[in-house]
Design a protein around this ligand. Sequence first.
Ligand SMILES: NC(=O)c1ccc[n+]([C@@H]2O[C@H](COP(=O)([O-])OP(=O)(O)OC[C@H]3O[C@@H](n4cnc5c(N)ncnc54)[C@H](O)[C@@H]3O)[C@@H](O)[C@H]2O)c1
Length: 345
Amino acid sequence: MTDTDAVALIGFGYWGPNLARNLQALAGDRWRYLVELSPERRERAARSHSHVEITDDLEKVLADDDVRAVVVATPAATHAPLARRVLEAGRNVLVEKPLALSTADAVELAAFAEERGLVLMVGHTFEFVPAVRRMKQLIDGGDIGDLLYLHSQRLNLGRIQSDINAFWSIGPHDVSIANFLVGRSPEWVSAGGARYLQGVEDVTFVTVGYPGGVLAHMHVSWLDPSKTRRTTVVGSRKMLVYDDMDADAKLKVFDKGADRLAEDAYGVWQYRLRDGEMYVPRLEMVEPLAAELRHFLECVRSGSRPCTDGWNGVQVVAVLEAVDASLAAGGAQVPVAGTRTRVPA
Ligand SMILES: NC(=O)c1ccc[n+]([C@@H]2O[C@H](COP(=O)([O-])OP(=O)(O)OC[C@H]3O[C@@H](n4cnc5c(N)ncnc54)[C@H](O)[C@@H]3O)[C@@H](O)[C@H]2O)c1
């Protein structure tokens, strides 16, 4: 990004203001436009961001040659058409999760951005969380031994939505964390869920299978008494717990496991349980959303591929789509499609 390049934000609902605050800090006056359809939300934005031109007309924004980057924070169903329009206009785009509502649309966007040499990044914010990055280092560095399985809980009372189910709404975070930590394409999904409030699942229990027998189980709900955001990673030598609600110890590393000793006279393996020390790694103090936006702006400037690029978005959407198919089939194991289309970075 040069001094004359401008940025636009689309959507100022629940999440948009967080992006706006960070854009203000990172891009300053180069954040030139906000596109928002709701007059009430436009009025609210005008009160806090007086230097920004606020409009309901995306075409007017795209007619400004200075606009080089666009951030999309609108409801999920609008992501694919808006991202497509921005890319067609030759602009780089950061799209909130999920990238699209179908794997076919997500693949189409990823391929189109690549063809046009434009940056397409997906807002998988948790891949910018210091605790998640540290877990990745501990896994890839061999500290935890073999990665066996992981499980996560993302629970709260609210925000209840009606356009997409709980897994499409908040599950993309857990899928992107699991894909990132395992580092391999998911193979299959098996999902259970229930619709207690309205026409979409409020609670889901999803298992994702990865190559080598690695499993990731995800419990996602917006109908739960306790706000919980936790990921547990079990390795053959160590175990990790990332608890986003724990301000003092977001990540704990446990020296726990079951060490194989020898076979007994009947050929049964004997194990010694190891219940060793726990430590809390020191983590960088950065706001993940600020890190995500900084990465996007840097990729636009340098033309490099974002770590959460369109193909990363495809892999998440492919899991979400397989979850829907499994829910419809009463929890049957469903292969994850589309992931073979990934173009290596
Ligand atoms: N990364 C995260 O942690 C995180 C957290 C919350 C939400 N999100 C994502 O942010 C996105 C927005 O979610 P939200 O909760 O703010 O939704 P929301 O419904 O509260 O707000 C969406 C806003 O977009 C506006 N809008 C809709 N269509 C538009 C269009 N075509 N042009 C301009 N404005 C339009 C609406 O008027 C509304 O104000 C979703 O994709 C969601 O998944 C991400």
